[in-house]
Design a protein around this ligand. Structure first.
Ligand SMILES: [Zn+2]
Length: 205
């Protein structure tokens, strides 16, 4: 079952990340590992993705090499999310993300009220990388980036927003990946107890 069909079934219990982290979550989830669905399967698909999010004006497009850079940045984002759920090394993951987004270009802009913000500038690819970098930095400053996690089910790795009180969420969906992990743990206990000659009724005590 892929994530689209889960969503249609109403089984996705994870929340969308708040802006600007929603951009990172959506970008990382352009690949559905378990469903083997790749949304960014061509430069045109990446261009369309960027246009839908206001990162690119009409009349410009991205190249095959741009797509390669963008995919590298996406996989680095997934590594950081995996590190937040304890499945990758945070220092290595963040170093890879910094390297993968090295082309990012940003400038400070000031609004009439005197508020400064980071605006991506440069080529279409520079702006995509800039938007990702700006979101990462803002999430880091607010302390919210660590709540962007990848599902602990290694077949899944869907990036979700951990809204739990103690930031202890492990799965994109308790109804799917969480219950699957519990079922596996139960089967594992059954097998180990069977080897020790314990009756199934004695489990769960
Ligand atoms: Zn999952």
């Amino acid at each position: 079952m892929n994530h689209l069909s889960r969503a249609l079934d109403g089984n996705v219990d994870g929340l969308d990340a708040p802006p600007p982290l929603d951009l990172l979550q959506e970008f990382a989830n352009t690949l559905d590992l378990e469903g083997q669905l790749e949304e960014l399967d061509s430069p045109a698909a990446l261009t369309e993705w960027c246009r839908r999010r206001g990162l690119m004006e009409a009349g410009v497009g991205l190249s095959v090499s741009d797509l390669e850079v963008a995919i590298r940045a996406r996989e680095a984002l997934r590594r950081v999310a995996l590190a937040h759920s304890g499945h990758d090394d945070l220092a290595a993951a963040t170093a890879e993300l910094a390297s993968a987004t090295a082309g990012a270009r940003l400038r400070l802009t000031a609004d009439p009220a005197g508020t400064l913000s980071l605006e991506p500038v440069g080529s279409p690819l520079d702006r995509l990388l800039g938007a990702l970098a700006a979101a990462v930095v803002q999430g880091g400053l607010r302390g919210t980036l660590v709540r962007l996690k990848a599902c602990s089910d290694q077949r899944c790795q869907w990036v979700f927003w951990d809204a739990s009180k103690n930031s202890c969420g492990r799965w994109c969906s308790m109804a799917v990946c969480g219950s699957r992990a519990k079922a596996r743990a139960y089967q594992h206990r059954l097998r180990s107890q069977a080897r020790l000659g314990v009756q199934p009724a004695e489990l769960n005590r």
